[in-house]
Ligand binder design. Sequence first.
Ligand SMILES: [Fe+2]
Length: 307
Amino acid sequence: MTDAETDLAAVHSIDHFALNVPSLDEARRFYEAFGLDVRTAAGTAGEFDLYAGDGHRWARILQAEHKSLAYLSFGCFERDLARLHRQIAATGVEVSADPEGLWFRDPDGNTVQVKVGPKTSPSGKTRSLLTGVPADERGAHARSAAVMVRPHRLSHVLLFSPDVLAAFAFYERALGLRLSDRSRDIIVFTHAPHGSDHHLIAFAKSHARGWHHCAWDVDDINRVGEGAAQMAAAGYTKGWGTGRHVLGSNYFHYVEDPWGSFCEFSADIDYISAGARWDAGDFPPEDSLYLWGPPVPENFVRNSEGG
Ligand SMILES: [Fe+2]
């Protein structure tokens, strides 16, 4: 899509992310407990893939010495690829093209791919399915009857950045992402103009780049809470939640992974339709992070990458 207002071509989705981790065994145990489908493709020792309920491969998990983002892959429509190539090159970064798509490094040094692919971001609001029961029926079930929480899809990722406003300016010019909301120079949320969740990718201020979290969509706040209980039963008790964000409005529960970053159960996140105008705001930090929930743990904003 070419946007008449900005005349920029834009990506439409995150296709997948690739994460380096120091232990595939620990990673497998963590992501399986989280309700993701862990699969090892034939002939791919040293890595596995993560699929969600929608059947899409959302992540590659790679064996490495330290946890870090290996690369982030965005999807675009075929008609937009050549214009995206020109936009990325016009920012001054070096772009290489192979049969898989375009590759470059963003100003923070993250490796990024842009490739033609199906629109994996939702094309409408994922409505919360939480409903009450009428009189004379039980609303809850026994704990032993709990059904495993299995996320439907990836919602967004959040990266640490030493300069979040510069990171946003780059992604706006290069990939056509739009500002959803921000808090000063501390955090910036972006969406894709073809219709996406309130945030597809967000950037949080730190001393260095780094991987903070990936967020996965579940039906409603009840499933967010059940997901937290599911992880606690598997031994993953650290994190933050359950609560409700202000920016994005989603109900959340973050579970700390074995490497100090997070996986988020997310429900009912705001949705920005294709072509819709979103009144982006700049919110004071104390009024932007969460509407309700427990206090933010100190380690929630710790970046273990970059020394
Ligand atoms: Fe999130």
